[in-house]
Design a protein around this ligand. Structure first.
Ligand code: TYD
Length: 201
């Protein structure tokens, strides 16, 4: 089973993923915890390039999109697909929905570009996706508390509102795959909600 986790900054994805990881391990399941952009040494190098704040050279939106997909191709080939072939449970912190929300809804990139990349390079989509949703201000505050802000975290609230509406659009078009979790609730409540969705599938 391939499970992805989505949402804007600081909504508690990491906490939920850790709880589910422990839960599956306690059940004796073979579970892989990974993230995007990143998840392999090479893809983590691409991640560093994507998140770095570079005042000398602004990254173009197309470059950003292509680097996300370069990292994703490597991650799929080296981690996700092999793990699924071995019947492991893959918990992935962000996946292709983030590219729609951030690069298309957020940056305003043409959806056709993304569709071509998905059709060409994404052989497998998650069986279920948890969208942790909370008002933007809550998350931005939490992200700031964590310390130095990366290139995405430095964006203004208006950008994250667009990203959030991108996730809402996916949720509307793919309600069977994407489940919305109210991230303003306690971590335990969010975890229980996720578990009940998993039990249903
Ligand atoms: P992440 O580590 O999940 O950040 P955070 O923990 O702050 O939520 O992801 C890093 C950043 O990469 C995040 O700001 C979202 C962005 N991103 C995209 O813009 N497109 C993508 O396809 C992915 C996977 C991530």
């Amino acid at each position: 089973m391939f499970i992805s986790f989505e949402g804007t900054e600081g909504v508690g994805k990491t906490t939920l993923i850790r709880k589910l990881h422990d839960h599956f391990q306690n059940l004796g399941k073979n579970v892989v915890l990974t993230r995007e952009p990143g998840g392999t040494p090479m893809a983590e190098q691409i991640r560093a390039l994507l998140l770095a704040v570079n005042h000398d050279e602004a990254m173009s939106d197309d470059t950003e999109l292509l680097l996300m997909y370069a990292a994703r191709a490597q991650h799929l080939a080296r981690v996700i697909l092999p793990a699924l072939a071995e019947s492991k449970i893959v918990l992935c912190d962000r996946f292709a929905d983030s590219s729609f929300a951030y690069q298309c809804a957020g940056r305003g990139l043409d959806r056709d570009k993304l569709n071509v990349l998905n059709a060409s390079f994404v052989a497998r989509i998650p069986d279920i996706t948890f969208w942790l949703d909370a008002p933007i201000e809550t998350g931005m505050l939490r992200a700031r508390e964590r310390g130095a802000l990366d290139r995405f975290e430095q964006e203004k609230a208006a950008f994250f509102e667009k990203v959030r509406s991108g996730f809402a659009e996916i949720h509307q078009t793919h309600p069977e795959r994407m489940k919305r979790l109210d991230a303003t609730q306690t971590p335990e409540h969010v975890f229980q909600q996720a578990l009940s969705h998993l039990q249903q599938i």
